[in-house]
Every structure is written in C-alpha cells, then in structure tokens.
Design a binder for this molecule. Structure first.
Ligand SMILES: Nc1nc2c(ncn2[C@@H]2O[C@H](COP(=O)(O)OP(=O)(O)O)[C@@H](O)[C@H]2O)c(=O)[nH]1
Ligand SMILES: [Mg+2]
Length: 468
C-alpha cells in the first residue's frame, strides 16, 4: 500500500506542470491591465463561462485556481489585490502603473482529457508564474555587443548632422550644451558626472513623453530600485579625434571619460547581462503587448519610432547560432504572442486592421523567429474593457461607434477612426488622423470576472496545450 502511495506521489509530481509566462511591452502598453485580467479570469474560470475560445474552460476541465506564494523570493509580488481594489472604486480607476519587475504565482487545477494523465489520475495542477517586466529593458540587448565608444557614436549620431533638427535633437539641447562644456580629460568628479547624467536622463524622459520609445539605456527611464545608483549615472561622450581617427589627447585612468566608460561596462554586465541570465533565461513563454493606437494618435515620428523599438525588442527572441543570447544562456521560450492591446478603443470592424498592422510591424523578425522554431502569433485584445460597441447616426446613415465614460466622467459615443491595415506613410496623418480618447474601465459586475475582448484567445495560445 505504502509503495503504491509513493508511486502515486511520484507520478503526481512528475505530471504536474510548471510554466513561466513573461509579460512585457513598452510602458503603458497595458501589462498591468493584462496581468490583472489574466489572473482574474483564471480565478473565476471554474464558475464562469466567458472564455469560449479557451478550450479547457469551454470543456469544463478547469476545477479552480488559487494564488500561491511565488518561488522566486527576490522579485516583488505583483499587487493583484490593489489593482482589483482600484478597479472597484467609484468611479472605477485604472490600476496604478508599476515600474519594475514583479511576479505572481497561480496553481490551476484541471481534469486532464487525454493520454497517461487521464489514466493515472483524475486531476492535475498547472503551476503558472506570471512575470511582469518593462519592455524598455529589452532595448538594451545590443549594448552587449558594443563598446562605450561605439555606443556613444551611435547615440550622438541621432542628434547631429542631418538629425540636428529632429525632435530628439531639440529635446537633447540642454544636455548637449552641458556636454559641450564638460571636460572629459579632467579628473573625474562624481557630482559633475551625476549632474550631466541627470540632464541626459531627463532628455530620455522627454523622448518618452513625446511618444518616442527607442531610448537607451532603457533602465534609465525605469530604474526601479536602482534609482540614483552610480551604475545608472553615465552618458554618451566622444573624445576629440585627429585626422587618422586617433584621440588627439591620451586619457588618464582617473579622468571623467574613463569613469563614464567603466560605468557603461558595469551597466552592461550587472544590469543587462544579469537581467537576461537571471530572469529572461527562465521564461517558457512570452507575450509582448503593443499599443499601436497611441502612436497612430501621436503622429508619424512617434509611429516610426515605435516600429524601430519593436524591431529592437524582437532581437531578444533571435536564438540563432551567432546571436548574443546564445552566448549568455540556452533559451527555452517556445511560444511568443504579440498582442495589440486596447482593442476596445476602436470599433469591432477595425480589429482585423489592428492585427494586420501589428503583423507588419513584427514581420521581418517574425520570419526569422518562425525559422528558429518558435511558435508565434499576432492578435488584438482588450484586457479590461472600457467601452461598449454601439451605433451613432450621422444624417440618415448609422455608423458603428464605441461608447464609454471619459476620465472626466462624461458619457461619450464616437467613431474614433480607421486603423490602417498597412504601415501608414506621412499622408495618413494629413488625411485621416485618429481621434483617441481615454475611457474609464467598465464597472466590474458584482461577483463576476473582468469584461474583456479575446483574453480567452490569448489564454488558449499561451496555456491551452498545458491544460490537456
Ligand atoms: N480602453 C482600454 N484601456 C486600456 C486597456 N489596457 C490598458 N489600458 C490603458 O492603458 C493604461 C496603461 O496600462 P498599464 O496596464 O498600466 O500599462 P503598463 O505600463 O504596460 O503596465 C491604463 O491606465 C489604461 O488607461 C484596455 O484593455 N482597454
Ligand atoms: Mg505596469
């Protein structure tokens, strides 16, 4: 009997499953909203049937889910309760944004429907870790293959020559003036370096505010607990070169330039490399959330910049033989989902365009990744619905519309515009534009799960095969 029990336990342990699901996206892409909704849908899944596209739910295999303590004690917990509390306020509030990595762990009990699992036991458990981290951190990957000199050159090239009149150059002005007065050869002075670093960081924040997402170093705008640490205090700088490309003046070990360079190298090692080795290497699956609507609203520059940031972000899923990542760890990610978020901001007839726009944004890398054997898909969704589809009449015609409550508490019915199905050129913003409003989340119906659009489709892609 005892032996039988032991065998059963052993089988049970080996049949239970673990999955680390990483959720990322540039800031305000909707990570907090997505995780809050995902946890909420799973906690309610055994008693509700609002997830028809999620096979395990449709087949009534889900027996229940509960939160359990996470295993990685070094990472802050994702504050699900606080998010739900805020959504339940009157009027409902969007959850507070988070600025660092965090995680939450669920145990999902289900009835397996096939194979050995079904024969051996009537229930299994999927332990699901959901990890939230800023997409900005992935923008730092290329630094690993760059020297301080190369990186500085690249950053400053964006602000000089033909680019000297760009938005970036305008935003960088204050810092550039300080940089021009800064003596790179003098003995390093920590306070002066800190001052210029603050000006450089302020420039990066201004870029973000202007809707430009490609900023480096990514950790500077989302420092988490490293705020104010010297490893986040450096900036690009170039030594004066002679006609042969050699520095006109040699530098000493203690000079300001040497300090910047050594901090850059420390940043690469302790921040960028450490993130990939300690966090990224442990992910089994990844969802990348993309807000395509905000840049459509903001204009051409912002859109191009997001496209560049996404291309950059995708480098983190290139596991090819010569990739930087291959040298750091052996990757495990087998599925990547790209989701265009906030689909409830447009009328349902535009959802198809959202998907094809996103597909084009990720297209180049998409081909590469599928080549590497990672399963990849694009879809559009709304994690927490804020509007309802409806109709508005103009003259004698009835148009599709969305209806919601604005942040100022007004009820608004509108047709926000068409989402282009292909990458838009400059003319799009002259002819169409996009009328984007922020809405409050819908009130959560008493005792029910969060209203959503296609969360179930995302859950099927990300979790479906682990719940069979
Ligand atoms: N209408 C709508 N707005 C959303 C949705 N998800 C996120 N948002 C909006 O986007 C903002 C940023 O979302 P958040 O999840 O905090 O982004 P994060 O920075 O990626 O964690 C929220 O405060 C909401 O205003 C959604 O599904 N529908
Ligand atoms: Mg967040």
């Amino acid at each position: 009997m005892k032996l039988q029990q032991e065998v059963n336990d052993l089988v049970k342990r080996s049949l239970d499953r673990h999955l680390r699901l990483a959720v990322t996206g540039l800031s305000r892409a909707g990570k907090t909203a997505f995780i809050t909704s995902l946890v909420n849908q799973l906690l309610h899944s055994s008693t509700q049937d609002n997830l028809p596209l999620f096979e395990a739910s449709r087949n009534k295999q889900l027996l229940g889910a509960k939160r359990i303590p996470q295993t990685n004690l070094m990472v802050p917990r994702f504050d699900y309760d606080l998010a739900i509390e805020q959504l339940n306020e009157t009027p409902p509030q969007w959850p507070e944004p988070t600025r660092d990595v965090s995680e939450i762990r669920l145990a999902i009990r289900f009835k397996p429907n096939k194979g050995a699992r079904r024969l051996l036991k009537s229930t299994s458990t999927l332990y699901l870790d959901i990890v939230d981290y800023p997409g900005e951190w992935l923008l730092d990957l290329p630094l690993l293959d760059m020297s301080f000199e190369q990186w500085s050159k690249q950053q400053l090239k964006n602000l000089q020559g033909d680019n000297a009149t760009s938005i970036r150059a305008r935003l960088a002005k204050e810092w550039l003036v300080k940089l021009n007065h800064f003596d790179l050869y003098q003995q390093a002075n920590e306070n002066r370096v800190a001052e210029l670093s603050r000006a450089y960081t302020a420039y990066l924040h201004e870029c973000k505010k202007a809707g430009l997402h490609w900023v480096q170093p990514g950790r500077f705008v989302l420092p988490g607990e490293l705020e104010g640490a010297p490893v986040l205090q450096f900036f690009p700088a170039i030594l004066e070169l002679d006609s042969d490309g050699k520095p006109v003046q040699g530098i000493s070990k203690n000079c300001a330039y040497a300090m910047l360079r050594s901090r850059f190298n420390e940043y690469k090692k302790k921040i960028v490399k450490a993130f990939y080795q300690q966090h990224f290497a442990s992910f089994d699956r990844q969802i990348v959330l993309v807000d395509c609507l905000q840049p459509l609203n903001a204009g051409h520059d912002s859109f191009n910049d997001m496209s560049r940031a996404i291309t950059q972000l995708l480098q983190s899923f290139k596991y090819g033989r010569n990739s930087i990542l291959k040298r750091l760890f052996s990757a495990k990610i087998d599925k990547v989902l790209f989701a265009a978020t906030k689909a409830d901001h447009v009328t349902p007839d535009q959802h198809g365009n959202m998907v094809s726009l996103l597909q084009q944004l990720v297209n180049e890398a998409w081909q590469h990744v599928s080549y590497e054997g990672i399963d990849m898909e694009c879809m559009s969704l709304s994690s927490i619905q804020a509007t309802m589809p409806g109709y508005a009449s103009r003259g004698d015609t009835t148009l599709q519309a969305i209806k919601g409550t604005t942040l100022e508490q007004e009820t608004l019915t509108l047709y926000p515009g068409e989402v282009p199905s292909t990458l838009p050129n400059q003319a799009y913003w002259q002819q169409h534009g996009f009328d984007f409003h922020q809405f409050r989340p819908l009130k959560i119906p008493q005792g029910q799960s969060l209203p959503h659009i296609r969360m179930d489709k995302a859950m099927q892609f990300l979790l479906g095969d682990k719940l069979r």
